[in-house]
Design a protein around this ligand. Structure first.
Ligand code: DOR
Ligand code: ZN
Length: 350
């Protein structure tokens, strides 16, 4: 049956393999949106005080669980923030903890709260070797920070300058190139074999860089890596619907207060958790590939991380609804993707 004729689908409950939950009031605001849709999420460690130790990850995990509304089932999968001071002992403790599932590499200065990230990858060689030995995945924000490199080319430059040699030097290390945005990244992942994977966001599947300048400058479409040309969106879409287990769902839902987005120097990040699986369903339906959604959203991620799939199911129905203009978070508001506009799928309680 053509996807355009399908009115309802059931898939194993999905997971989000790349998510920003923040902390405090913001955490309490955004967590229910994710917990209503996903069984688990890989939680990014780029808090203002980054999550660099197992103790900090444990404490953050407790704060997330405490913020979860009663009756909602959701498991946060924690990550450590890699710095040049991260020790091999911390990596061993992370693996032994059972709650830390990956280590996140931010090039210093690449994005939100990345100042404590890595300046020189050679300084973390011993840590990467320990991760390879222990089979603890490395998650990468794959962009160079060299100001001489055009902002639209920073992902491709990262692959050429760093990733190819990293892949060669640590052949057993499980790596996820997060939120891929280019054909170069898709090609790299496909050629690199089964220990390399990529997450793909809903916004990079839905939008190309024109969305940044639609009738004026659109700060709510600004994220990092920045949206790219249509040909790259097409390459991401082909990868997402390919059925390859190397590609899976990671929203990179990244809430910021409206005031921080609508600013002379607006923050990077798009909030999508309020309609995440619905937006992916829209993309897959348009591509006549709804039969591939379950693999991408619910099977490939757990397989890569060595975890079981969720047991319960999620149903999605073709039904149009309007996204609120904004969400309150304490004194602040968050402007979600498609604010005031329509989404064409709805999750059903089953
Ligand atoms: O758009 C983004 N927002 N990209 C990132 O890499 C970080 C994230 C955030 O934390 O706001
Ligand atoms: Zn992110």
């Amino acid at each position: 049956m053509k996807s355009t004729e399908i009115e309802e689908i059931r898939i194993l409950r999905p997971d989000d393999w790349h998510l920003h939950l923040r902390d405090g009031i913001m955490l309490r605001t955004v967590l229910p949106d994710t917990a209503a849709r996903f069984g688990r999420a890989i939680v990014m460690p780029n808090l203002k005080a980054p999550v660099t130790t197992v103790a900090a990850a444990q404490a953050y995990r407790q704060r997330i669980l405490a913020a979860l509304p009663e009756g909602m089932a959701f498991t946060p999968l924690m990550t450590l923030y890699l710095t040049e001071a991260t020790t091999v002992e911390e990596i061993r403790a992370a693996k032994a903890s059972g709650i830390v599932h990956a280590v996140k590499y931010y090039p210093a200065g690449a994005t939100t709260n990345s100042e404590n990230g890595v300046r020189d990858l050679r300084r973390v060689n011993a840590v990467l070797a320990a991760m390879e030995e222990l089979d603890l995945p490395l998650l990468m924000h794959g962009e160079v920070t060299d100001p001489a490199v055009d902002v639209f080319d920073r992902e491709a430059a990262f692959i050429d300058r760093h990733l190819l040699s990293l892949r060669r030097d640590f052949p057993g290390l499980r790596m996820v190139l997060e939120h891929v945005t280019t054909r170069a990244a898709v090609d790299f992942v496909q050629a690199a074999g089964p220990r390399t994977a990529a997450t793909i966001t809903a916004h990079h599947l839905l939008l190309n860089r024109n969305a940044l300048f639609q009738g004026g400058i659109r700060p709510h479409h600004y994220c990092l890596p920045v949206l790219k040309r249509e040909q790259h969106r097409q390459a991401l879409l082909a990868a997402a619907i390919s059925g390859s287990p190397q590609f899976f769902l990671g929203t990179d839902s990244a809430p910021h207060p409206r005031s921080a987005k609508e600013s002379a120097c607006g923050c990077a990040g798009i909030y999508t958790a309020h309609a995440a699986i619905e937006l992916y369903a829209e993309v897959f339906a348009q591509a006549n590939a709804l039969d591939r959604l379950e693999g991408f959203a619910s099977r490939h991620g757990p397989a890569f991380y060595g975890l079981p799939c969720n047991h319960d199911q999620t149903a999605l129905r073709r039904e149009t609804w309007t996204v609120p203009e904004s969400m309150h978070s304490g004194e602040e508001t968050i402007v979600p993707l498609r604010a005031g506009e329509q989404v064409f799928w709805r999750i059903l309680r089953i």
